[in-house]
Design a protein. Sequence first.
Length: 376
Amino acid sequence: MNIETIAIHAGQSVDPSTGAVIPAIYPSTTFERAADGSFPGYNYTRLDNPNRAMLERCLSELEGGAGCAAFSSGQAAAMSIFQALRPGDHVIAPDDAYHGITRLLRETMVPWGLEYSAVDMTSPENVRAAIRPNTRMVWVETPSNPLLKVADIAAIAEVAHAAGALCAVDNTWGTPMLQRPLELGADLSVHSTTKYLGGHSDVLGGAAIVREAGALFERIRFIQGNSGAVPAPFDCWLTLRGVRTLPYRMRAHCENAQRVAQMLAEHPGIERVHYPGLPGHPGHAVAARQMRGFGGMLSVEVRGGQAAAMAVAAQLQIFTRATSLGGVESLVEHRASIEGPETKTPPSLLRLSVGLEHPDDLIADLEQALAAAGAA
Ligand SMILES: *Cc1c(COP(=O)(O)O)cnc(C)c1O
C-alpha cells in the first residue's frame, strides 16, 4: 500500500462493537484477567494500551519497520534508546544535533556511563574516523537542526555496521513521507511526534521504530514499560488523528518552503539561506537522492547580525515567534537565544518552520518584515 493509505488505515479499523469509524479513547489504566488468570487483551496501561497499540502499529507501518515503541516525548524516546546501550558504550552523534539531544547525551547519558563524540556528519569519513573499539551506536539527524546539514544515511549505516555498531536516525524533520531510514539501512528511526507526525502543535510525543524484531527492540520495550515514560491514551489518539493527513501536509510544507527559500535566497537583506532544496546547498545532491522532498524547515542568516535578525522576527505578522516546528502554522525562532551560551549557532540565524498558510501570504509577510527592519 502507498503511504497515503497507510497513514489513514494502518492500526485502525471500524469498532465491531459499535460501528464507530474513528477509534474510541481507552483511558482505563487496568484490564480484566480471564477466569484462568491470563490476559485476553491488555494488562496495565503503563505496559500497553489500545490507543498506544494503534499508534505504534501505524507508525511502524509508515516507516516500514518491524515494531514501534511510543513515548511521552521525543526526548523520552531518545533516552530510552540510549539506555538500551550499556555504560561504557560509545555513541557518535552529529555536531549540530537538536540541542536537546546534545544536552541529553552530555548532561545525562555521559554521567550515566556512555562515551560520546560529536562529529560533522556531512562526510561519512568523519564518522569512520571517530569509531572506537567500544562504539555501539551512530546517531544521525538529517536534515540537521538548525543548519540543515545533510548526512548520507546509507553510507553512514554502512560505516556503523562495519564497526559492529547500530545506526539510529532522528527522522523528525524528514518524516516517513520524505525519508525512509530503515530502507536505507538504519536500524532505528526515531521521532519527536510532537512535530510533523502530530502536525498541529497540540500534543507531545516520541517514537522509536526498529527495522528488525529482536533483542534491541525487546530492551527498548522493557525500558518503555518499566521506566514508564509512556504517552497518555488521549495523546496517542490525537497523534494518530494528525498522522492521517501527514502525506498531504508534507507535500504542501515542501512546496511552501521551496518558494520561501527561493525568495529569501534572492533578498539583499539575507546573507545565507540553509535549505537543501536550493541547488547551491552543499547537501542538495544527497538530499535529492535520499529524500522525496526537501521538507518544511529552513534557516537564514540575516545581514546585520543578531540585532537585525531580532528586528526581522519582531516585525513578522503571520509567522509566530515560538520554538518548535512541524505544525500547520508558520513559526520563526532565533535559535541562539534558546540554545543558550554554549551554542555554536550563528547569532544572525533565524529558523523558519514553514506552515500551510498560502505561500504568497508568507512571502509578503517576510518581505514587509525585512523592509520594516531596514534589511531590504
Ligand atoms: C523536538 C525535537 C526533538 C525532541 O522532541 P520532544 O518531543 O520535544 O521531546 C528531538 N529531535 C528533533 C530533531 C526535534 O526537532
